[in-house]
Design a protein around this ligand. Structure first.
Ligand SMILES: Nc1nc2c(c(=O)[nH]1)N[C@H]1C(S)=C(S)[C@@H](COP(=O)(O)OP(=O)(O)OC[C@H]3O[C@@H](n4cnc5c(N)ncnc54)[C@H](O)[C@@H]3O)O[C@H]1N2
Ligand code: MOO
Length: 387
């Protein structure tokens, strides 16, 4: 069995970035940029008013009087210039007229016909200089686009953006015991659940996920469903990864030409994970136990999907918290304990069986217990991954 770190390195070595495609900005949130973006203009392009008020040659002293000679509104600047003793009515976002150096808030003046008198003096200019936000040529390095990023790209006057094509993930649940939610299971059957978590996680990471039909525990059925994965960028199987007589995924994948990167990791849950390259496409064989599949997805599938979209640092980033309750020593496998973290305090869930979806759904973190770690007590610092 190899370590989690070694397994992650081998999984990431399977990643090839997907090709770039150009999408309209309105469809770009959540996508990974394929290259840096460059601002086509300066923002703001002119010195603009931060307030509604009067543009004057400042600083305007208390009691000073100015004659209002024009108006500058957003989208309609004042063509003239403001001299000593003169003011232009101005609104937020409007260009500051030539000659003006201060915008006095309208709340701080009394208007008297064509004049204003300053009631309250202020040192604030209330002017945003040209280029205060960014200048033409400003570069946004490649990253996964947030809502704020797409607004920034819009302000940079970019209508579309080159991004990595969404990796297409084919998800294959395996097992004679499985039926789809809503169907009527036979007396020995259960509902396929893992596939929905894996699909949701993959989509959350920017992938396009396809749920293929459930493969039955026969070589023929598995082969048939593997064939449906053709054209995907990544194939993920769930279950059938262990050593039982009906665990056929490794055999069928090998028969189909999978070059194995590894099988089995010293981690808990998730020991029987397999990974490799199947006809030029990376393949992850997740264990069937629901929690094992989801833990493996957080640790390996999501980093792989990030790497396929060009993320230069795709590995999970552990955070730190202090223990809210004691934990017992770990065994010979790194243990990813389902846990709840709140306000920097993390507490492992009472029950850690890898079949318990109700516990997983209650958890918001995986408490990382290094293999061979001793007992840890309340207040000790530990690492965790948010889930
Ligand atoms: N003799 C041994 N037995 C097992 C070992 C071992 O080392 N020696 N490892 C155990 C560990 S650890 C795990 S994890 C499981 C993994 O088994 P498989 O990957 O072969 O998964 P299955 O046997 O197909 O299923 C396990 C469990 O999960 C349920 N399952 C499977 N797929 C789904 C799905 N899509 N949705 C919901 N539930 C699913 C399945 O019904 C089983 O209950 O092996 C241990 N055994
Ligand atoms: O390693 Mo298994 O994944 O304990 O349930």
């Amino acid at each position: 069995m190899i370590s989690v770190e070694e397994a992650l390195a081998r999984v990431l070595a399977l990643a090839t970035p997907t090709p770039a495609e150009t999408v309209p900005l309105a469809a770009a949130a959540g996508r990974w940029m394929a290259e840096a973006a460059e601002a086509r203009r300066t923002q703001p392009p002119f010195a603009s008013s931060a307030m509604d008020g009067y543009a004057v040659q400042g600083p305007a002293a208390k009691g000073a009087r100015f004659r209002v000679i024009g108006e500058s509104a957003a989208g309609h600047g004042f063509a003239g210039s403001v001299g000593p003793g003169e003011a232009a009515r101005i609104f937020t976002g409007a260009p500051v007229p030539e000659g003006a150096s201060q915008v006095v808030l309208q709340e701080d003046v009394t208007r008297d016909g064509d004049s204003i008198v300053i009631d309250t003096a202020s040192a604030n200019a209330n002017i945003r200089p040209a280029g205060d936000d960014f200048s033409a040529g400003f570069r946004l390095p490649p990253r996964r686009l947030s809502a704020s990023d797409v607004a920034l790209l819009a302000a940079m006057n970019l209508a579309e953006v080159p991004v990595r094509r969404r990796p297409v993930v084919a998800i294959i649940a395996t097992g004679d015991e499985l039926v789809m939610p809503g169907e009527t299971p036979g007396k020995d059957q259960i509902i396929a659940s893992n596939s929905f978590a894996i699909k949701a996680l993959a989509e959350g990471a920017g992938a396009e996920a396809r749920l293929l039909p459930i493969a039955r525990d026969t070589e023929t059925s598995l082969r048939a469903v593997f064939a449906l994965a053709e054209g995907a960028d990544l194939v993920v199987t769930i279950g059938g990864a262990s050593v039982g007589d009906h665990d056929l995924v490794a055999k069928v994948a090998a028969d189909l030409g999978m070059e194995r990167a590894f099988y089995k990791i010293s981690m808990r849950p998730g020991k029987p994970l397999m990974a490799g390259q199947l006809n030029g496409m990376p393949m992850l064989g997740l264990p069937g136990n629901p929690v094992s599949a989801v833990v493996c997805a957080h640790l390996f599938l999501l980093p792989l999907l990030r790497a396929m979209q060009g993320d230069p640092a795709p590995a999970p980033a552990p955070r730190r918290a202090v223990l809210g309750a004691d934990v017992t020593p770990t065994g010979p496998r790194t243990h990813y304990m389902r846990a709840r973290v709140q306000n920097g305090i993390i507490t492992a869930c009472d029950r850690q069986d890898s079949a318990l979806l109700s516990v997983l759904a209650d958890a918001n973190a995986l408490l990382i217990r290094p293999l061979g770690d001793g007992p840890r007590i309340v207040g000790e610092a530990v690492e965790y991954l948010p889930i």
